[in-house]
Design a protein around this ligand. Sequence first.
Ligand code: R5P
Length: 327
Amino acid sequence: MVLLLKEHFKLISGTANRPLAEEVAKILKVPLTPVDIKRFHDGEIYCRVLESVRGADVFIIQPTSPDANLHLMELLIMADALKRSSPQSITAVIPYYGYCRQDKKTKAREPITAKLIANLLEVAGVKRVIFFDLHVAQVQGFFDIPSDNLDVIPVFADYIARKNLKDAVIVSPDAGGASRARSYAKILNAPIAIVDKRRPEANVAAVENVIGSVKGRNAIIIDDIIDTAGSITEAANILVKFGAKDVYVFATHGLLSSPAIERIQNSKIKEVIVTNTISLPEGKRISKLKVVSIAPLLAEDIKRTHEGLPMGIVYEGMYRKLEKKIK
Ligand code: R5P
């Protein structure tokens, strides 16, 4: 990938996922713009950008991963510091957009927090947002600024194709994820199955049935988030009960809140693959868990945003390559 960047380009990292920002900076062959981020004794955050950003297109890389509220506040404060420093534009690169699951009222007197965060980002001065695999794509409609919701399908599909699994079935762990699973099934030329999951309460997954045939097949579960890993481990149990062979899980965002690691370790799942939208702490690295990088895709999107070039053509190229590999 040959990357030519104009002069007025700045890449900034918050504290949420510095390794990802460094990887992107390396691909783009630019240094990260230094920022001083400190905490006061009462927990308040201080931020100062340490070089001029006047006239620059500035990209801040900061997922709102755990600690979600801290990282979100840091992002808002960084945007405010930039807004007051006369850049050309501010793009918030939020590889994992927390609160995206609070996208509607399901009971009386609940908030729609995904919309609140969108408002906060715009007030802070953000002029464009880049996400990966939003929980529901409609969340883009909460923003009145341009947004890119980047797909990780080419990254995961390539990994799946290289595994060369015979008799695969693509599985959605719930009805909500069916269209995501369908996209993979189409590219990988495989059938689809859907796990009938209910949520009797937050963070509890109840699974009773599988729609579609999984008997004698290698099950590939596709999900956007692994939080407590209840959904994927319950799905794996029922898939095995219904006669599936090996069970693999591909999930974009590995939140892996306790007891996720323990559940995965003790589960019937053969391998779990997540991306680095969220930085994986040392204590959560187990052999069953693999991380693939979205940095090349993100770097390309950032570069194209800066240069005013389309991204769709890049995806088309990747899908064509995949098709050839799979045939
Ligand atoms: C739910 O709709 C999402 O797509 C994920 O399946 C869910 O957030 C995973 O949560 P957990 O790992 O706690 O079951």
